[in-house]
Design a protein around this ligand. Structure first.
Ligand code: SAH
Length: 250
């Protein structure tokens, strides 16, 4: 019999998708079921409630990412551990940090990444298909990146006429940042269409489509569970759906 001392651990880094449990991959579900520990932000632990697993769930709040990841490394020496992110773990999730830490510590542990459906993917289909061609992805969170860098990236994505997915658009402490981003968008693309999707695939999902110049009206609606898709010069709206034509002759 294998004693606890011989037991080899494994770390899964899992993307649990945008919220609807039917959008979890079969691999993610299997890993969650066979885990001894599931570690994640409170919000994501809540999203996997009801999944049949004996794992001990450890939730930590925002800003504890490094602590959470180090704890996962430690536990994964002898246990099967799932470190969960919402959406996909590589998109503003924990995978980058996991790889950085492993490189820094020079210690590559046994790990497997299970991708997930990112918020832009589901927001896009809720709105029609504003993303149908090249697009940029920008987070407005300046917790880890200077605001000047974010503004520059936003400006260049606009100048490149990219459709833009905007993550982390606003939070209680950062509402002025969102207003500044609106000003930049309005300067270059006042007439462009914008889709706002809140709580995509969750029971309280909501959508708004408006012109860029009217975005400010919705500043209070936009929160940390909201993603924006900013159309480019080609994006059209027919009162139901947004589409950025790909150029087919129809
Ligand atoms: N790894 C995640 C993103 C984490 S950053 C992914 O791949 O989707 C958190 C941000 O993602 C939120 O502030 C919001 O902008 C966006 N987001 C995540 N899930 C969402 C959902 N269900 N509906 C709308 N936006 C969502």
């Amino acid at each position: 019999m294998q004693s606890q001392d011989d037991k080899k651990g494994k770390l899964y880094i899992i993307g649990i998708g945008p919220g609807d449990q039917e959008l979890l991959t079969l691999k993610a579900l299997k890993a969650l079921k066979e885990s001894d520990y599931i570690i994640g932000h409170n919000r994501y632990i809540k999203l996997i409630e009801g999944i049949d697993t004996n794992a001990k769930k450890i939730s930590k709040g925002m800003g504890k990412e490094v602590e959470r990841t180090k704890m996962a490394f430690d536990l994964a020496k002898k246990n099967t551990v799932s470190l969960i992110s919402g959406g996909d773990p590589a998109i503003y999730g924990l995978l980058g940090l996991v790889i950085e830490l492993m490189m820094k510590e020079g210690n590559i542990i046994d790990y497997e990444v299970i991708p997930g459906i990112s918020a832009f993917s589901v927001a896009n289909i809720r709105l029609g298909c504003p993303i149908s061609n090249d697009f940029a992805v920008i987070s407005l969170s300046d917790l880890l990146i200077p605001w000047a860098v974010i503004k520059k990236r936003l400006e260049h994505a606009i100048l490149g006429d990219f459709v833009i997915s905007v993550y982390n658009p606003s939070s209680k402490g950062r509402i002025n940042r969102f207003k500044e981003a609106i000003d930049i968008l309005k300067k270059y693309r006042p007439d462009c269409w914008v889709g706002i999707v809140k709580n995509a695939t969750r029971s309280n999902e909501e959508e708004i489509i408006c012109r860029c110049q009217d975005l400010e009206k919705y500043a209070d609606f936009v929160d940390m569970s909201t993603i924006l898709i900013v159309g480019n010069s080609k994006t059209e709206y027919n009162d139901i759906m947004l589409i950025t034509p790909r150029g087919y002759k129809l």
